[in-house]
Design a protein around this ligand. Structure first.
Ligand SMILES: N[C@@H](CCC(=O)N[C@@H](CS)C(=O)NCC(=O)O)C(=O)O
Length: 239
């Protein structure tokens, strides 16, 4: 039975981390909210009083009657089923730990353009966004990227993957983080790229994987835009 992915239909957002894993796995899946009537189905599920384990927010995945939410949790679930996570328990925890660090980073990315409230427009919080982004670009983004670079450098199995010597879902996620950062903060990323050569190589290697390359070239891959998690406001990425 096909996986059903539930996510906002017009943005990459957090759903993209799940899409990349499903695509790399060659899994049979339906991006429900992008199909006819799909948004209503997703909203009805979120509000369904009959669900005793309801998801709080998209993305969530339905598989054989099970609903799995929280991006990192979904990836852990898919990783185990599709050889996108190590078999060894300690390495599986390490992979999830890294993915949860990606989760933390994504909250901070979101807060660069919505530091006060997600319910307000960017235009209503521009001065705060400028202050928040300045700190993000100067301190937080380098700290996160240098951390992941260090993880690659110290991986006992070599610098080609974050965990072990096989591709895992967190490699796919780091690809997405770098692509999103390149879209939202191109100047900041260019300055940091020199200190993150292994991460850059990982991003390129993921992009070249046959299933990922086919996905990126397909209409299934939505373009980055100004509604998503990674947004390009040049004033937040000063020279
Ligand atoms: N921690 C959750 C965050 C989920 C989340 O923030 N989803 C966003 C879209 S990317 C959403 O629809 N949020 C609605 C809300 O928070 O009310 C995850 O990693 O999946």
């Amino acid at each position: 039975m096909a996986y059903e992915l539930f996510y906002w239909p017009t943005i990459q957002g957090r759903g993209e981390f799940v899409r990349l894993a499903l695509e790399e796995a060659g899994a049979d899946y339906v991006d429900v909210a992008r199909g006819p009537g799909g948004m209503q189905i997703m909203l009805a599920l979120l509000a369904d009083p009959a669900l005793t384990e309801p998801p709080f927010a998209p993305p969530f995945l339905r598989s054989n009657g099970l609903i799995v939410a929280q991006t990192a949790n979904i990836l852990d679930y898919l990783g185990t089923r599709h050889q996108l996570a190590p078999r060894e328990e300690s390495l599986r925890r390490w992979t999830l730990q890294l993915q949860l660090t990606v989760t933390d980073l994504l909250v901070e990315v979101h807060d660069t353009h919505h530091p006060i409230a997600a319910s307000l427009y960017y235009e209503d919080q521009k001065p705060e966004a400028a202050r928040r982004s300045a700190d993000f670009v100067r301190n937080r983004l380098p700290k996160f990227l240098e951390y992941f670079e260090r993880v690659l450098q110290t991986n006992p199995a070599g610098p080609h993957h974050l965990v072990g010597d096989q591709l895992s879902y967190v490699d796919l996620s780091l690809f997405q983080v770098l692509e999103g950062t390149r879209y939202a903060f191109p100047r900041a990323l260019e300055q940091l790229a020199g200190s993150c050569p292994r991460l850059t190589a990982l991003r390129d290697a993921v992009a070249a994987r046959p299933r990922i390359a086919a996905y990126l070239a397909s209409p299934r891959r939505l373009p980055f835009n100004q509604q998503g998690l990674f947004r390009r406001y040049p004033e937040l990425d000063p020279a």
